[in-house]
Design a protein around this ligand. Structure first.
Ligand SMILES: [Zn+2]
Ligand SMILES: [Zn+2]
Length: 366
């Protein structure tokens, strides 16, 4: 039986697509108090962030179904959770949740890639007409479906530290899970791109025992954060790097997180025979790699694509943050929270790329 809260005022920021002048069209829309079915959770969004993929949608680089509510990185507070005894959730719990809702029984879910479920539903990427319509995080509330993994946020982690756990961090936890633990200091990784994925990657590989964690970019401002996350900044445009550079054919793992296929040739040259190349960032059709079968074969190269993650990676992501929040300045990566009502200001700030994430607080005044 559906359960409805007595008086919850819900407002969502609805995306209507791109206008003729290449600007995105948004309106704030009130929603009826959503009833929740067995297994569903009504969350109040405490904090949400503007992920790179949301920015791509708003600038027309990527198309999403609309009208819809964008946004998938968030921390929320449980208002109603029925039929989720296994999660022992209570009203008031702070949680994050998997960006994908999956059936948990199809062949892909059983194969360990629930993010590719045949019946996949993704938050922030779904039409308003699907379910309650409260399907994205740029809203005061969201309704989580039955197959969504939910992870509680430990009390000593701030919302601003955990807000990107359910996209950027969990994705990198998935990427790093495909390389082996190593004796302290014995291995080298090159991470291509010093955005949020790259910085999380530095910290994750350092914890995994990699002695040399290079992080490349062509923008010195972005590279400034790298050493704070235990990476070695390497400007591949100028060649600037505070330590000696890795030689060709010497790097154990290369991870692409910058979204630009032009870096691939460089990565292939660096990779040692038998090394692993992990591709994470190039989620666009314009991503021809420009390498040959011969290069892959002669290097005995392992190439792995990583898209999103499964629930265990989200659990590990939150545990990683809890373990390392004293060590890394996670809160320095995000802006001051901006009210959802001021979304235009937030989107403009996000476009400047001054912060790794601009964050919005949908319930700032309630
Ligand atoms: Zn499935
Ligand atoms: Zn994202």
């Amino acid at each position: 039986m559906a359960v409805g809260p007595k008086s919850v005022k819900c407002i969502g920021l609805v995306f209507h697509g791109m206008l003729n002048d290449h600007k995105p069209s948004f309106t704030l829309k009130p929603f009826n108090t959503p009833p929740t079915e067995h297994g569903e959770i009504l969350l109040k969004i405490r904090l949400c962030s503007i992920c790179g993929s949301d920015l791509h949608t708003m600038t027309g680089m990527r198309s999403e179904p609309c009208p819809s509510i964008l946004g998938h990185e968030a921390v929320g507070e449980v208002l109603i959770a029925t039929g989720r005894e296994e999660d022992s959730l209570r009203p008031g719990d702070r949680v994050t949740f998997s960006v994908a809702d999956s059936c948990q029984s199809c062949s892909r879910c059983r194969d360990g890639i629930p993010q590719k479920c045949i019946h996949l539903f993704k938050y922030g990427h779904t039409l308003l007409t699907d379910g309650t319509g409260l399907n994205g995080c740029y809203a005061t509330h969201i309704v989580l479906r039955k197959g969504t993994a939910v992870v509680k946020i430990p009390a000593d982690l701030a919302d601003s530290e955990a807000v990107s756990a359910n996209c950027a961090l969990a994705t990198m936890v998935n990427a790093v899970s495909h390389v082996t633990e190593t004796q302290a200091g014995a291995r080298t990784v090159v991470i291509q791109g010093s955005g949020l994925l790259g910085l999380y990657g530095c910290a994750l590989f350092a914890e995994k025992g990699y002695g040399h964690v290079y992080c490349t970019d062509i923008d010195n401002t972005r590279l400034e954060c790298v050493s704070k996350f235990d990476g070695i900044p390497w400007n591949t445009l100028t060649g600037d790097c505070p330590t000696s550079l890795p030689e060709e054919d010497s790097v154990d793992v290369v991870v692409e997180v910058c979204g630009d296929p032009k870096v691939i040739q460089h990565g292939v040259r660096l990779l040692r025979p038998g090394g692993t190349y992990i591709l994470v960032g190039m989620v666009t059709p314009n991503s021809h790699l420009g390498i040959t079968g011969e290069q892959i074969i002669r290097k005995c190269m392992v190439i792995r694509g990583i898209h999103n993650y499964s629930p265990r990676h989200l659990t590990e992501a939150v545990q990683f943050l809890a373990r390392t929040s004293h060590r890394y300045p996670y809160t320095s990566l995000v802006s001051q929270p901006i009210s959802l009502m001021e979304y235009e200001k937030a989107f403009s700030l996000a476009k400047t790329r001054r912060y790794q994430r601009v964050i919005m607080q949908p319930n700032m005044n309630s």
